[in-house]
Design a protein around this ligand. Structure first.
Ligand code: 2YP
Length: 260
């Protein structure tokens, strides 16, 4: 599987040299494949006392992996190189509400919030809505119901109160998704390489439980993702549809696309 991914990467990386501009999806895939084998590490954004921009491409979880791939793909290039300043600016735009860092609650913790911010910022589009009539109503309270799982909530009633307001503001929003029984192993014609996949969940008080990048391998829609089981960034060996079937807490997917 990795060999196929690397062959594909080789082709994708040759496109610009051969004078072929990569489209947004190819850009997302070639940037994502560049992180294969990077170790999976959770809570890389929660190490410091104060909330500040953390860029750590040496260890990542499902969300920071997607953020770094998206930021790289949005950044302008000069002879194929991304300027560090541009990359950091895009990470901040992607990770924080309106791109402004103002304490822990300004980070977009819930993916519903993260997607809303990207759509508002003009760098994401939600392609699910136009292709799927299925909607789920978001009801968010996971973080404030499990403050012990979040260092910045466990010892800060102030942060818990701020997160409660955010949860209340987001709850009730209806989001389009594809129920897992409606996703074939070979994907759907409108789900493209490089699309961002947010896996919806039935876990009480949560909207999304995992994220990754859509990647077709020999006609099968797989997931390029930072895997907590494989403990690194991989291309899934099984189809995304099978991954969903194998996890009772996963209910379906949202499909988001980079816009620039
Ligand atoms: C997010 O969790 C965190 C952010 O606080 C954090 O837990 C929540 C609601 N948000 O800044 C961000 C980056 O570390 O992670 C993610 C988590 O997925 C884990 C990391 C994974 O599968 O690797 C996002 O929310 C994406 O799916 C969920 C999932 N959190 C939980 O399942 C509680």
């Amino acid at each position: 599987m990795k060999k196929i991914a690397h062959i594909l990467l080789g082709i994708l990386c040759m496109l610009p040299v051969a004078g072929f501009a990569q489209d947004n999806g190819e850009l997302m895939v070639s940037n994502a494949v560049g992180f294969i084998d990077i170790p999976y590490v959770a809570h890389t954004l929660d190490q410091e006392e104060t909330e500040d921009l953390v860029i750590n491409c040496d260890e990542m979880d499902c969300t920071t992996f997607v953020e770094y791939v998206l930021a790289l793909s949005l950044s302008p290039t000069e002879d194929g190189q991304v300027a560090e300043g541009d990359f950091a600016n895009f990470v901040q735009k992607i990770r924080y509400r309106d791109g402004k860092i103002d304490g822990y609650a300004s980070r977009l913790h819930y993916i519903t919030d993260w997607v809303n911010n990207g759509v508002k910022g003009g760098f994401l589009e939600d392609v699910t809505a136009e292709h799927s009539p299925y909607v789920m109503k978001v009801s968010l309270n996971y973080m404030t119901s499990h403050p012990e799982a979040y260092r910045q909530l466990a010892n800060s009633p102030e942060n818990v109160a701020k997160m409660k307001e955010i949860e209340k503001a987001l709850s009730g929003q209806e989001i389009h998704y594809i129920p897992k029984d409606n996703l074939p192993n070979n994907g759907l014609p409108w789900i493209k390489n490089g699309d961002i996949i947010a896996i919806t969940t039935n876990i009480e008080g949560l909207d999304v439980a995992h994220m990754g990048i859509a990647f077709y391998v020999q006609g099968k829609l797989c997931l390029l993702h930072a895997s907590s089981t494989a403990k690194k960034v991989i291309v899934s060996k099984v189809a995304l549809a099978q991954m969903l079937k194998d996890n009772d807490n996963w209910t379906g997917i949202r499909v988001l696309r980079m816009k620039k």
